[in-house]
Design a protein around this ligand. Sequence first.
Ligand SMILES: Nc1ncnc2c1ncn2[C@@H]1O[C@H](COP(=O)(O)OP(=O)(O)OP(=O)(O)O)[C@@H](O)[C@H]1O
Ligand SMILES: [Mg+2]
Length: 337
Amino acid sequence: MIQFEDVVIKYGDFTAMHDFTMVINEGEFFTLLGPSGCGKTTILRSLAGFVDVSSGAIKVNGQIINDVPTEKRNIGIVFQSYALFPTMNVYDNIAFGLKVKKLGKNEIRDLVLEITRKVELGEEQLYKNVSELSGGQQQRVAIARAMILKPGILCLDEPLSNLDAKLRGQLRHELKILQRDLGITTIYVTHDQEEALTLSDRIAVFNKGHLEQVGTPFEIYNESNSSFVCDFIGDINTCTGRTIDSINGQSEKKFDRDKPAYLRIERILTGTANPGPKYVKLRGSVIDREYNGIFTKYFYDVDGEILKGLERNIGAEPGAVGDAVDLFINPEDIKQF
Ligand SMILES: Nc1ncnc2c1ncn2[C@@H]1O[C@H](COP(=O)(O)OP(=O)(O)OP(=O)(O)O)[C@@H](O)[C@H]1O
Ligand SMILES: [Mg+2]
């Protein structure tokens, strides 16, 4: 178990992380999510011992590690930039940590082959120079190099962000399976909300050095506890003024018309019949749409306000620009803070 207790991290006069408290459980896949500059890498650095905490305590299995030197923390790190040794071949990159530990040649060889298989790197890659590998292969080497030391904690700092979308999706899935098989406590850093939702047991969302929310992907998405989390995770409608009046007028709800009201785009239903007694109806017209294969995202003009909706593409195209549509909304799905 990893505990951050009232931790503050500063670079000189600048406070990169304000007082935060957070627990990461044994074997958990825990993601730090937030926009660029919010402090994700800073937290990893503090855990690994590359930056000191200004106040508070970091504990691993109940022991305060604030003053434990980096090399004694038993933490593996994979950086966004791979940070492989460019003059060494793949084998030597992966074996590096074991050589430092002065393990025997044969033992090192067995362990390198074992981890190479786990990260699905072909044996024929082992004697290539790292510069001859693709981005995805280099990333596998970086993961193998960290994993081979059997760290108690694995930290991955945006490991997939340099890869193309398809490979990112594939490696993401493999990483999750590997992590599950090894049961290693993993802290994963990303600013990609989809990656966070698909991979994590739990997610911590950060905003400008503040911890906004910790929860399961379901909780973060469906029970966002602030405007920031609502906006940052997924696609969302921000309803204002007249739309709020119309919803208030048709329901028992009394949303504040002067504050944004949030509604997930897939919660807007369309059709000819009201889907249920709780739903209110808004009249809209299609002003634009984005086809993405499985879904089409629609942009509706509702009395001057633009709302977005999502339709599954099953067979016929659901609508065209200019079509008038009835939009059904359950006021229970709306959040205001
Ligand atoms: N060595 C440093 N000295 C001074 N300020 C720093 C240092 N490293 C980071 N910062 C600042 O601390 C804040 C958090 O940086 P950090 O690298 O943790 O962000 P991040 O969430 O990892 O961002 P990104 O997604 O861009 O990697 C930023 O405002 C950054 O400018
Ligand atoms: Mg970073």
